[in-house]
Design a protein around this ligand. Structure first.
Ligand code: SF4
Ligand code: SF4
Length: 233
């Protein structure tokens, strides 16, 4: 969200939240339209793919910015296979895959580099520079390798509902206790933002530090991720 917000502020653009807009099925037309998203499990989020496929976009300048953590593969290529991109850029940010790794020891250093790179990206977008992306077929994300279908909660859960609210996929229900459905996108927002650090897919995860970009609050994430309840996978 921090990158989308900075690009929007610098270019005087409007922000649209994909989790909110995904089910509207409408046509977007503007001078420039950009897609700014985090990779989920080293791939293009399913909801971004679906948003692009189920809505229409017409612009003189189409761009995408892909926030990745470890390996970037070619998620931008998945978008380029769906629509011709005039410009695409990758932005390395701190990782939050706490099912497998602790967050970086110094996330501030990673964020500082990201801020620098983002400045260049903003300059490119403002000046409508071209950086075509080679299309590639969808290889899907690596969700199955992260064990998220086995998310559980410990007895520390206070039933506060934060995880329900921050989930962009409408995948968590508070039904006496916390219930995970089968539409997980592997964003790890729930696990990182749970105030009780009670969400896990393996016990080691409970010992790892949680991570949230300090520039974006849990409330802001929840507000952006208020989902159309028709969303599902
Ligand atoms: S955020 Fe954590 S404590 Fe709150 S309801 Fe979800 S699992 Fe329970
Ligand atoms: S918030 Fe949790 S349940 Fe929802 S998509 Fe992200 S990882 Fe999956």
């Amino acid at each position: 969200m921090f990158a989308a917000r900075k690009i929007a502020d610098a270019t005087n653009a409007s922000l649209i939240s994909i989790p909110q807009a995904i089910a509207e099925r409408r046509a977007y037309a503007d001078g420039a339209i950009g897609f700014v998203y985090p990779q989920y499990a080293v791939g293009l989020p399913k909801m971004v793919r679906r948003f692009i496929l189920e809505n229409a976009f017409e612009a003189d300048y189409l761009f995408a910015v892909d926030l990745y953590a470890f390996i970037r593969l070619n998620a931008l290529g998945e978008i380029a296979a769906l629509m011709p991109l005039d410009y695409g850029a990758y932005l390395k940010t701190p990782w939050n895959f706490i099912s497998m790794f602790s967050p970086p020891k110094d996330p501030g250093a990673v964020l500082a580099k990201a801020e620098n790179k983002l400045g260049q990206i903003i300059d490119d977008v403002k000046n409508r520079r071209s950086k075509p992306i080679r299309p590639r077929n969808n290889i899907g994300n690596a969700t199955k390798h992260f064990g998220v279908s086995q998310f559980k909660v410990t007895a520390d859960c206070t039933k506060c509902g934060v995880c329900v609210n921050v989930c962009p996929a409408n995948n968590i229900r508070l039904n006496g206790g916390i219930v995970f459905d089968s539409n997980c996108e592997t964003c790890f927002a729930c696990a990182n933002l749970c105030p009780a650090h009670a969400i896990y897919s393996n016990k080691a995860m409970l010992k790892r530090r949680q991570y949230r970009n300090p520039a974006v609050s849990a409330d802001e994430i929840a507000k952006a991720n208020i989902c159309n309840k028709n969303y599902g996978g």
